[in-house]
Every structure is written in C-alpha cells, then in structure tokens.
Design a protein around this ligand. Sequence first.
Ligand SMILES: Cc1ncc(COP(=O)(O)O)c(C=O)c1O
Length: 382
Amino acid sequence: MIAKHIEKLAPSGIRQFFDLVLGMPEVISLGVGEPDFISPWRARERAITALEEGMTSYTSNKGLLVLRQSIANFFEKKHSLRYDPEEEILITVGVSEGLDLALRAIIEPADTVIVVSPHFVAYPALTEIAGGKVLYLMTDPKEGFKIDVQKLKELLKEDPKAIILNNPANPTGTAYNADELKKIWKVLAPKRTLIISDEVYDELNYEGKPVPFSSLGKEAKERTIMLNGFSKAYAMTGSRIGYACGNKEIIAAMTKIHSFSMMCASIISQVAACEALKAQKEVVQMRMEYKRRRDFMVKELNRLGLYLEKPQGAFYCFPTLRKFKIDSLEFAKRLLFEEKVAVVPGGAFGEGFSSYIRISYANSFDNLKEAIVRIERFLKKL
Ligand SMILES: Cc1ncc(COP(=O)(O)O)c(C=O)c1O
C-alpha cells in the first residue's frame, strides 16, 4: 500500500525516543527542542481579541499582507535587507512547512541536496520525500562542527541542486560569523546550487549578531531561500508560523504548492505573530536567560566529563560520551530509566554521531540543576 520511498524512510530518532518518555512521571526532559517559556503576552492577547473580533476566515494564500509587511520592515531595519512583501515573502506553517515547500518547489527526480551533518532530523527526510538524494557534508567537532570549505568544494562537483544551511545549528549550537559565511559563499558563488538557509535560531546567538545568508550580497540573496519563524525566539511553537523570503519565482512556486496543500496558515496565529514582532524586549530577556543556562550547562557537563566546546547559539549542548565508552542510545535509555532524565541520542542527527548526546537547555534553571545532580549520580555507575 505504501510508496516505497516513504516505507524506507526511517522514523524520526527524536520522536521514537520520546514515545518512551511519554507517560513516565517525574522525568526532566532535556530532549525536545521547544522553549519552556510561553509566548509573549501581547501576542496571546492579540490572538484573544482577534477571536473576539470574529477573525475566523482563511487569509490570502501568501499570508496576511500586514504580517508580510511587518516582516519586510523588520529585516530592512535590522539587516538592511529588502524583500518585497507582495512577491518575495510567504507565510508558512512553521519553518517545517517552509522547508518542505522549498525542497518540493526545486527538486526533480535524481537531484541532490547537501545536508551538513550532524543535522536537524527533517532535512534528509524532507529531501527524500521530495524525491531528492542527500549528499552528507560531515563536520568535525575539532573544527567546532563547522563546514570545511574543501569538503564542500568536493561535493559541489556533483552539481547539487541545493545546500541546506542552518545557522545557528541544531543539534550542535554552532553559529557562523559573517567572515565564515563569506568563505562558504565564495565557494558556492561560481556554482548554480541554491541555498536553503534555515535561520530559525538566528535571534538565539549568544556571541555575535545574526547574519542572514542573503545579506552577503545581491547574488547571494537571489540564490537564497531564507527560512525563519516564530517558534524559537518568540516561544511560539504552537502557533505554527514561519516565513520564507526569496526571489519571486521561487516564492511563487512555493506559494503554488502551499495554496493546494495548506491554503494558508491560521489567521489567529498570523495576527499573533504580527504582534509578537513588537515583543523585542521579551526576545532579549529570553535570550539572556538561555545564555545563563548555556554557561551553567557547559561548565557542569565539562566538569562531569561530558566534554564539549561552548556552543554559540540555539539552545542545545552536544557533548561527547568518549570518556565513558558507551553508545548514545544505551546511555540515553539507561539515563531515562535509572535517573529519569531524557536526552536525545546523537545517532538521531546523523550517522557517525552515536557517541554524542543532545541536551536541550530550554528548561527551567532549577530543572537543569536537578538534571545535573541526576546525571552525575548516573555517571558514577558507569
Ligand atoms: C533547525 C530547525 N529548523 C526548523 C525547525 C522547525 O521549526 P518550526 O516550529 O518553525 O516548524 C526546528 C525545530 O526544532 C529546528 O530545530
């Protein structure tokens, strides 16, 4: 009954693991990549009044113009980046839908897509669902899990249709500065490869300023599909609002698919997102709190022998288990059953990373402190 390419698709390593967690009481979950904060009050209040005003209809397929205009203004002010809200911005149901649309809009059978590994679980899956083939660009912890441009050059010989960049990255927290991105662009520029730039964690950069890939110049902007959204920095995962910015041909193609498959994102969520853009003070407060937690976790994990360099962004630590010589799936299962702390085994983020675990610090400081006590107790048993 099932299409072969779907049948052979591996289920999400994260979901698989979290089916185990569901229903277990007293578990401290450092697993899912979801803010522990609730959405800013002004966004929630706007959603309530929108409902009271009777906003219960579809919107334009592209999304409410006022939201597209607000996003365009935001990028113009913050990054001097100009996108035409009429033709170059599409409101999506989270960055997840943006990724799916971007890949489906550009991939033809046998096209290849570069995925930088370790990677967000959806990248290879959505590429394969769209009929493409994945080319993995492996990164090295010794280089901070950053792209080696020589390796990139090699893969570009295969003339891939696209590369998916993620800055800052899930699961490593690696963030690229402008100079590093320029070096990557220099290698990409002479080719035709499109850049799908997932910047959903851009506001969660603790060392530097966010640098949109499309801000590198006119041609970089033409070739980049910039994906972003409200889930992480605005703590609005449940609202399911993302956006894609890019050249008008690509945005039109993505809109075509979206108009048949999704029609539009929820109107309530769109008005709430519009309001959320004004909640910059809350975004800064959340960022500062994540930074405080990151500093605590990095110090404690290194003390316990779960070594890692300081991640610059997102809200994850990706330490190695090499000192303990144990596979990450066994580690994660035993930690869950013996000490009730949930982390994600590294193998979920790519082959070759099964001696790492991903720990999300999007959890309260008290829970993080308690988790460290439990992890320390667990490690003594190994
Ligand atoms: C790198 C990355 N991209 C996209 C997403 C999906 O975000 P959204 O909630 O906007 O669909 C996530 C969620 O964990 C993510 O980590």
